[in-house]
Ligand binder design. Structure first.
Ligand SMILES: Cc1cc2nc3c(=O)[nH]c(=O)nc-3n(C[C@H](O)[C@H](O)[C@H](O)COP(=O)(O)O)c2cc1C
Length: 207
């Protein structure tokens, strides 16, 4: 698919048909996820691809699916044939920035307190975006949700304490879905967010 079409088509889809996703498509999507950039090439992104039915039900429960259904959404998490639980290993960054080439800069990034911007979250977000675009490129649809009950999800999937869960990407063939109420906010005008050469956006944020 042409890249501009991928960008135009991507939106969070919160309902899927029961058609399975072929393994080759999952592999290509995950290839895009691991090809995302990472600070210092730390490669701290971690992914659990969940296709097992019983595990998807447990992920959906931990992800708060009941609340979505109660507010009028379809059971989009359990119905999605593929979940990618996106995690980050902060320790990979602290270890990488302890290596001689990074430690020589003496930025203090061998410790968490030295990070002005914690890039382990940034890199996970880059992988999340890659997953969403790659799914659209496969003719599929994807959604993303923050995990509401992180500890439960860690237990369900056996995720070690030192690993943080960023959220869950749901992937499948799109079905008719209810759109998020947040979309009524509309897109910000480009002139409010894209500036040329100098800050020119209004100081008072839109509400
Ligand atoms: C970091 C992040 C967290 C999000 N968490 C949730 C979530 O927990 N539940 C949900 O339904 N949508 C979630 N969304 C989806 C946003 O609501 C959605 O991206 C936004 O309304 C714009 O809609 P669109 O992506 O369909 O264009 C999240 C999106 C991002 C980027």
């Amino acid at each position: 698919m042409e890249f501009n079409d991928v960008v135009r088509r991507r939106r969070m889809v919160r309902n899927y048909t029961d058609e399975p996703v072929e393994q080759a498509a999952i592999d290509r999507i995950m290839h895009a996820a691991v090809r995302a950039p990472s600070a210092g090439f730390s490669q701290g992104q971690r992914f659990i691809v969940v296709t097992d039915h019983a595990t998807r039900l447990a992920v959906a429960e931990a992800g708060g699916e009941a609340e979505y259904v109660a507010s009028g959404f379809e059971p989009w998490i359990s119905r999605a044939p593929v979940h990618v639980v996106i995690c980050t290993d902060k320790g990979a960054y602290l270890r990488r920035y302890s290596e001689p080439d990074k430690a020589a800069a003496a930025t203090g990034q061998d410790k968490e307190s030295g990070w002005v911007v914690p890039y382990w979250w940034v890199d996970a977000g880059a992988s999340m975006m890659a997953i969403l675009y790659a799914a659209v490129n496969e003719g599929l649809a994807a959604g993303f949700l923050g995990a509401h009950a992180l500890d439960n999800l860690k237990t369900v999937l056996g995720i070690p304490d030192e690993i943080d869960i960023v959220g869950i990407a749901t992937i499948g063939h799109p079905a008719e879905d209810r759109r998020s109420g947040s979309l009524t906010r509309g897109w910000n005008p480009s002139s409010d967010v894209i500036m040329n050469n100098h800050w020119t956006a209004p100081r008072v944020p839109r509400v």
